[in-house]
Write a protein that binds this ligand. Structure first.
Ligand SMILES: *Cc1c(COP(=O)(O)O)cnc(C)c1O
Length: 460
């Protein structure tokens, strides 16, 4: 068949597939990038062109795009037991092993794990668990969920309500009872002359006020990413968790760490809560949990919530919730191998988290160097997640007008140069796979720098 335009992969992609989170003018002008596979940190398109994927797919492909040990584990698992569920008192042996492993690598001395197919479903599940157990324990009014503006927790109805992004208003969300606190981003939210310590104290005071206004007895949980990811890579202000956690504890509000991005090494420790020195009541995991090779999420309950949920479930004879593919044996086998590969080292290789430690100083130095540009307002990040925020005026932190789509243009210029990075608001986000070499990191920053120069020359 002749490869005319109407029969191109780009046209076929546009004809019958709906896009998620896609800038449609960009696609209309440039076409879809249709990919066939990858090698190391690179993905390859239908024309044979390679792109260095500085976003690890969607934060998840931390072992790159052809990890031999993980692929072998998946193949072996499919040959052995290609599918099963975790309902009605049955589950696969791999599911049993993965739960033991997750508790062993968690900050919890004991606990229980519930499996989903995604991070969104894991957050929905967590909220249903809290609603269920509070009701069973005679506190049915304890249902509200506190999150932060710019926090990202997913797209299902409840997890979108938790997400603190204005775009959810197109769905008439959030639902009632989902309360968003100020984003603890000192550079953007700090007031003129306010020190970072004073800013953090103001965040804590706001939390106290919100709890007083809403009523502590109506609030089930505070759910937070240790470092906000999809909100634009926003680490908390200095001392933030130390300031807010005692307030939440005092009011009996459960503390949930959404580790879907931070989890399994991204910030330099197994979990972002370890990087920030706190132990939550539960952890939400997904993305790197299977190094991106299988759709899976997990709610990891610490001992107290696990016991309470167990007791509440016994009282009604079951916890009426679960997904058909929860605890899938192939997904669990891949996750076991991913955890081993990332945290312990598999097949004689050092753990991938060593790569995070090795790369972080150069990654931070590269971001800091690009942030010297007069149109970069700040660089921020933790471990191997970072962002550069474009501004029209550095001194006043004034953003570029939205209609210029500066971050989309930067990302498009990067794509033209064979580099995938993500525009988020006015920021450009980098979160490369943990297997990156120093030479590939130089390639990443070199291509990004040229893209920044091109776009700033056009818009400034
Ligand atoms: C991606 C993400 C989610 C949602 O996960 P999906 O698998 O896309 O549903 C939830 N929380 C955080 C922090 C995320 O980054």
């Amino acid at each position: 068949m002749p490869d005319d335009k109407s029969n191109s992969w780009e046209a076929r992609a546009a004809a019958h597939t709906l896009y998620g989170f896609t800038d449609l003018p960009t696609v209309a002008a440039r076409g879809t990038v249709v990919l066939t596979g990858g090698h190391g940190p690179y993905v390859t398109d239908v024309h044979g062109r390679d792109y260095l994927d500085a976003n690890s797919g969607l934060w998840n492909m931390v072992a790159g795009f052809d990890p031999p040990g993980l692929i072998a584990a998946a193949q072996e698992a499919y040959g052995r037991f290609p599918g099963y569920h975790a309902f009605f008192g049955r589950m696969s042996d791999r599911t049993v092993e993965l739960s033991e492993k997750l508790i062993a690598v968690s900050p919890f001395a004991d606990g229980r794990v519930f499996y989903t197919n995604s991070g969104s479903e894991a957050n929905d599940t967590l909220v249903k668990m809290l609603w269920f157990l509070n009701a069973q324990e005679g506190r049915p009014e304890r249902r509200k969920i506190l999150t932060r503006v710019n926090g990202y927790h997913g797209v299902t109805v409840v997890s979108a309500s938790m997400t603190g992004k204005p775009y959810n208003s197109v769905f008439g969300l959030p639902l009632p009872g989902f309360v968003h606190l100020t984003c603890p981003h000192y550079w953007r939210e700090g007031k003129e002359g306010e020190s970072e310590a004073a800013f953090t104290a103001r965040m804590a005071a706001e939390l106290e006020e919100v709890i007083a206004r809403e009523g502590a007895e109506t609030i089930a949980a505070f759910v937070a990413e240790p470092v906000m990811g999809a909100g634009g890579v926003i680490p908390p202000s200095e001392g933030y968790f130390e300031a807010v956690l005692p307030i939440l504890r005092k009011h009996g509000i459960a503390v949930i760490s959404d580790e879907v991005i931070c989890g399994l090494g991204r910030t330099g420790r197994a979990w972002g809560c370890e990087t920030y020195g706190f132990v939550p009541d539960a952890i939400i995991s997904s993305k790197a949990l299977t190094a991106g090779l299988f759709p899976m999420g997990a709610v990891i309950l610490g001992p107290e919530l696990a016991d309470r949920l167990h007791r509440a479930s016994e009282a009604v004879e079951e916890f009426p919730h679960g997904f058909t593919a929860s605890g899938h044996p192939v997904g669990c086998a891949i996750a076991l191998k991913a955890i081993e590969t990332i945290l312990e080292g598999a097949d004689g290789a050092p753990p991938l988290i060593d790569g995070v430690h090795r790369l972080t100083p150069g990654f931070e130095a590269g971001l800091a160097r690009l942030a010297e540009h007069p149109h970069i307002g700040e660089w921020r990040g933790k471990g191997l997640m970072g962002a550069l925020e474009a501004v029209q005026d550095k001194a006043t932190k004034t953003p570029f007008p939205g209609h210029l789509s500066v971050s989309e243009r930067i990302a498009n210029a990067c794509t033209d140069a064979g580099l995938i990075c993500r525009p988020l608001g006015q920021a450009v986000v980098l979160c490369p796979p943990f297997i990156l070499t120093e030479a590939q990191m130089d390639e990443m920053f070199g291509k990004l720098e040229r893209a920044l120069e091109t776009v700033f020359a056009e818009v400034a």
